[in-house]
Design a protein around this ligand. Structure first.
Ligand SMILES: Cc1cc2nc3c(=O)[nH]c(=O)nc-3n(C[C@H](O)[C@H](O)[C@H](O)COP(=O)(O)O)c2cc1C
Length: 327
C-alpha cells in the first residue's frame, strides 16, 4: 500500500486531536481515545534535538509512551536540522503510525531557533526537512503549519504545494498567521484555496469547539477533516461526538457536569499514576478551568483547587461541585 493510501485509513474518522505541548500527553490521549476509538491522535511536540541529545535512544520515557489502542497515532517532531529530523524519524518509527513536522508553533523561543512557524519563511529548508524525515521512516509524513508568518506573508498555498512536492502525505493547517498567535478568529474559508491546490488530504484547525463548529468549518474550508485542540480540554468526548455526528448524523449531547467531574478525576488519578502524586497534582492545575466552568461558585472552587496539594482535600473539594450544582 502506498503511503497516500495508508493516510486514508489513518484519517478515516475525519477528526484528529491536534498536538499540544504539555497537554496532549499519554493520559489525555488515552481519555480522548476512550470516547473516540478511531480518531487520529497526536503526541505533544517532541524536539529532534532533545531526542538526539538528551534521550539518546532511550525508550520508555513519558513523552514517548503509548498504548496499543492509541493507533492511529501521529508523533510530532520539531527542529530545523535535516540530519537530526531524520534521526528523530528513525527513532520514532517504532512508535508512530505517522510522523508530523511542526511548522506552525508561534512561540518566540521556537521561531527564534528557526523551528515551528519560522519554517514558513524558509520553504526550501522546510522541504529539506520533509525529505529528511521521509528518508528516516517508511511511515507517512505530515506537516502542520499556519496561513503564513504575517498577514502580508500568507504563503500557505505555495508552501503546502512545496511540502507536497517534497513528499508530505498529509497537511493540518491552523487558519491563523504566526503574528496572530492565538488572537482573533481562525479563518476557515481561507483553507479552501489550499485544498483546491494540493492533492494530499488537508485537515482544518482552529477554534473548533462544538459539533456545529466542525460542520461549519468543513463546509467553509472544503477540508477532508478537522483537527481539534483546545476544544478537547475539559471535554474529552468532543472528538468522539464530532466523529459520531459526521458518521451517523446523530448528536450525542455535551456531558453534564457530574460526568465532567468524573472525567476530571480519571484525568487526575491517571496523571498521578504516570508522574507521582506531587507532580501529578501540580500538572493537573492547568486543566481545572476547562473542566470546572459554567456553574455557580466554579471560580471559588477552582481557586481552592489550584492551591491544594493534598489528594484527599482535592477529592473533598470536587465532591462539593455536585453540591453546588444541586442546590
Ligand atoms: C497549550 C498549547 C500547546 C500547543 N502545542 C502545540 C504543539 O506542540 N505543536 C503544534 O503543532 N501545535 C501546538 N499548538 C497549537 C494547536 O495544535 C492548534 O493548532 C491551536 O491550538 C488551534 O487549534 P484549537 O483552536 O483547536 O486549539 C498548541 C496549542 C496550545 C493552546
Amino acid at each position: 500500500m502506498s503511503n497516500n493510501d495508508v493516510v486514508k485509513t489513518l484519517i478515516q474518522s475525519k477528526v484528529s486531536l491536534a498536538p499540544m505541548a504539555g497537554i496532549t500527553d499519554f493520559v489525555l490521549r488515552s481519555l480522548v481515545r476512550k470516547y473516540s476509538p478511531n480518531c487520529l491522535l497526536t503526541t505533544e511536540m517532541i524536539s529532534s534535538e532533545y531526542l538526539a541529545q538528551t534521550l539518546n535512544g532511550r525508550s520508555g520515557v513519558e513523552i514517548l509512551k503509548r498504548d496499543e489502542n492509541h493507533s492511529p497515532i501521529s508523533y510530532q517532531i520539531s527542529g530545523h536540522k535535516p540530519y537530526m529530523m531524520k534521526q528523530a524519524a528513525e527513532f520514532l518509527t517504532q512508535y508512530a503510525d505517522m510522523i508530523d513536522i511542526n511548522m506552525g508553533c508561534p512561540v518566540k523561543k521556537v521561531v527564534g531557533g528557526q523551528d515551528g512557524a519560522a519554517l514558513m519563511r524558509t520553504p526550501e529548508l522546510a522541504a529539506d526537512l520533509v525529505r529528511a524525515v521521509k528518508d528516516g521512516t517508511d511511515k507517512p509524513v505530515s506537516v502542520k503549519f499556519r496561513l503564513g508568518y504575517t498577514a502580508d506573508e500568507m504563503n500557505y498555498v505555495e508552501f503546502g504545494q512545496a511540502m507536497q512536492d517534497a513528499g508530505a502525505n498529509f497537511i493540518t493547517i491552523h487558519a491563523r498567521t504566526r503574528a496572530q498567535m492565538y488572537s482573533g478568529q481562525a479563518d476557515w474559508s481561507k483553507i479552501k484555496v489550499l485544498k483546491e491546490n494540493v492533492d494530499i488530504p488537508v485537515f482544518a484547525n482552529g477554534d473548533i469547539t462544538s459539533i456545529e463548529d466542525a460542520i461549519k468549518c468543513l463546509e467553509l474550508s472544503g477540508a477532508d477533516g478537522v483537527a481539534i485542540g483546545r476544544g478537547a480540554l475539559g471535554d474529552p468526548t468532543l472528538i468522539g461526538r464530532i466523529v459520531h455526528f459526521i458518521k451517523t448524523g446523530e448528536r450525542i449531547p455535551i456531558p453534564p457536569l457530574e460526568d465532567r467531574i468524573e472525567m476530571l478525576k480519571t484525568h487526575l488519578y491517571e496523571e498521578i499514576k504516570l508522574r507521582g502524586e506531587n507532580v501529578g497534582i501540580k500538572f493537573m492545575r492547568k486543566f481545572y478551568p476547562y473542566y470546572l466552568s459554567g456553574f455557580e461558585h466554579a471560580k471559588q472552587l477552582r481557586s481552592k483547587l489550584v492551591l491544594e496539594e493534598n489528594l484527599e482535600q482535592i477529592n473533598n473539594i470536587l465532591s462539593q461541585t455536585t453540591f453546588f450544582q444541586v442546590h
